[in-house]
Design a protein around this ligand. Structure first.
Ligand code: FE
Length: 235
């Protein structure tokens, strides 16, 4: 993890106002290779207390909670979005449907769930680069991208993505030419976004499955491009 992401992560500890579900996600994010806090953040403690109370009173089943979180972490993750992107790259008619009505096009794969009731797909081209943020909290298209990464929920990313998008992209090692227009999209509970990245040069002979393996979560948020060599699963 580079310094910037570490900074975003650190800032998350003090960021106020995130919804309980987001904090639960954050609490579940702790084992993914980044620095752990010695003392959990206040929101994480509140979530734990709430969870304990609900379980103690028999109002929720801890196993059901675990199954829900596991589903979003392992089954409903960015691999879903990657399949959507790869299909759009190889099938022009699917791409057209995706850009016209992403919610329906994504539902063709059976990907439809809460936090994804209305999804809009944004196409990156050689002249337009789309970047997604939720300035208010951490709204994110769960059915296609899973749980939001910690840095996405951090106050610095949420504010700076709007004020200085090129600067933020530079910190993700993405330097865009001046003639590329950067468009920043603010996710809300009503509308969430997925970026359709550009298909990388050199991938012309790859099949759909091979293409899907190239697509990262970060590229579908718009902080990275898809390349032939990128590592998977970076946080
Ligand atoms: Fe939000």
């Amino acid at each position: 993890m580079d310094k910037t992401r570490r900074d975003f992560l650190t800032a998350t500890v003090t960021a106020a106002g995130a919804a309980v579900t987001h904090d639960l996600a954050h609490a579940q994010d702790q084992d993914h290779g980044h620095s752990h806090q010695i003392v959990p953040s206040d929101p994480a403690l509140r979530v734990k207390s709430l969870e304990s109370l609900l379980v103690e009173k028999g109002l929720v089943d801890r196993a059901a909670l675990d199954a829900l979180v596991d589903g979003y972490e392992h089954k409903i993750g960015p691999r879903n979005g990657a399949r959507v992107v790869a299909r759009a790259w190889i099938d022009p008619s699917y791409k057209k449907r995706l850009l016209a009505d992403a919610t329906s096009a994504i539902a063709e794969f059976g990907f439809f769930n809460q936090q994804g009731e209305r999804i809009v797909a944004l196409e990156n081209t050689s002249k337009i680069h789309n970047l997604v943020v939720c300035t208010l909290c951490s709204c994110y298209p769960w059915p296609v991208l899973g749980l939001p990464p910690v840095w996405y929920k951090s106050a610095p990313y949420r504010s700076r993505a709007v004020i200085d998008p090129r600067g933020v992209l530079r910190e993700f090692d993405l330097e865009l030419p001046e003639d590329v227009e950067v468009r920043v999209w603010d996710s809300t509970a009503e509308v969430r976004y997925i970026v359709l990245p550009e298909r990388p040069p050199g991938s012309e002979k790859m099949n759909e499955q091979e293409l899907a393996a190239l697509v990262t979560r970060d590229a579908m948020i718009g902080v990275k491009k898809v390349t032939l060599t990128q590592a998977q699963g970076a946080t």
